[in-house]
Design a protein around this ligand. Structure first.
Ligand SMILES: [Ca+2]
Ligand SMILES: [Ca+2]
Length: 317
């Protein structure tokens, strides 16, 4: 050290070390983890049903007050530490928590964190798994809403390392299912020991749709709840048999469908998933929908028959 005699400038004496260590021990209190952080978790983030109650737990540090917006409308819903909210419409919701410590306010936003009424139009679901270099750690299952296992796999070995599994499964429409993929070592399938991944892909009467759930980086497990909205081709109730005219429209729209596949009901949603009109179809006059009080823009109309449903787009201009 420069204030020492020249001979010992390249090393520390025991006394010098003790002094530096004492300063470090005294000042390290100022180097602690931050004492004001914001975060939260929900007990369930993907729910099949169109109405659901979700409990949010604050995991922040140092807060003295809380402001929650649990439905993404920029309006504060709750100001208690932990909250429970009931969602009554299908959709994806941003959740925001702002906390204060009387000096500062910090905010955490989780975009599309809560998904209510997640529905997949499919007649079958295809599971594709690319194994990493430890296929024996991977297992998966599909369960029904009672928790019974419908399909599962997991007896994989070294021969499966780096290979791809591709299987297609049938699901009864109108019901909730839970897919879970697990890793017995707790380090997921990617990317430390190879590029493992999983994908769930809907199939509609043989046509492959877009992947609705995928991943590979997780810890012990990852899961997704989904509702299979069936597409029944036997009675002609499917996307191609139903037309809406005129579309785009200014004031009225008519549902046209062969008589044997008239829908039982329809519901119109905004693109944010908010329900704006719902009606049971009792006669042909119910097939004409009055939209003149709607703001211009894009909407979704979900047409249901028995346990089947078809969703189409409406444009009001
Ligand atoms: Ca709100
Ligand atoms: Ca693993």
């Amino acid at each position: 050290m420069s204030y020492s005699r020249k001979i010992c400038r390249i090393e520390f004496s025991d006394q010098q070390y003790a002094r530096m260590n004492a300063i470090y021990q005294t000042s390290r209190n100022n180097l602690n983890c931050p004492t004001f952080t914001v975060d939260f978790v929900a007990d369930n983030t993907t729910i099949c049903e169109d109405t659901a109650t979700v409990s949010f737990t604050d995991t922040s540090v140092g807060a003295t007050s809380w402001s929650w917006d649990v439905d993404g409308d920029d309006v504060i819903d709750y100001t208690t530490q932990n909250v429970t909210h009931t969602y009554s419409d299908a959709g994806q919701y941003d959740v925001t928590l702002s906390i204060s410590n009387n000096l500062d306010i910090i905010t955490k936003v989780k975009t599309e964190y809560i998904e209510i009424g997640f529905e997949i139009e499919a007649t079958q679901i295809r599971l594709e798994i690319k194994f990493d270099n430890f296929a024996d750690e991977t297992s998966w299952m599909f369960q029904d809403s009672e928790g019974s296992i419908l399909y599962s796999g997991g007896d994989y070995g070294d021969n499966d390392n780096g290979t791809t599994l591709d299987q297609t499964f049938d699901f009864a429409p109108g019901l909730c299912y839970l897919f879970t993929i697990s890793d017995s070592y707790g380090d997921g399938m990617c990317c430390g020991q190879g590029q493992g991944s999983y994908e769930l892909i809907p199939i509609v009467n043989g046509t492959v749709g877009n992947t609705f759930y995928s991943g590979g980086e997780f810890a012990a497990s990852a899961s997704k709840q989904f509702n299979v909205a069936g597409v029944l081709s036997l009675n002609g109730f499917n996307t191609s048999s139903i037309t809406l005219y005129p579309n785009p429209t200014r004031s009225k729209i008519t549902i046209a469908s062969p008589m044997n596949s008239l829908p039982d009901a329809f519901t119109i949603y905004t693109t944010l998933g908010q329900k704006v009109l719902s009606k049971t179809i009792n006669s042909e006059t119910d097939l004409e929908i009055d939209l003149q009080d709607f703001e211009t823009g894009m909407y979704f109309i979900k047409l249901t028959k028995d346990s089947m449903s078809v969703t189409k787009t409406i444009i009001i201009n």
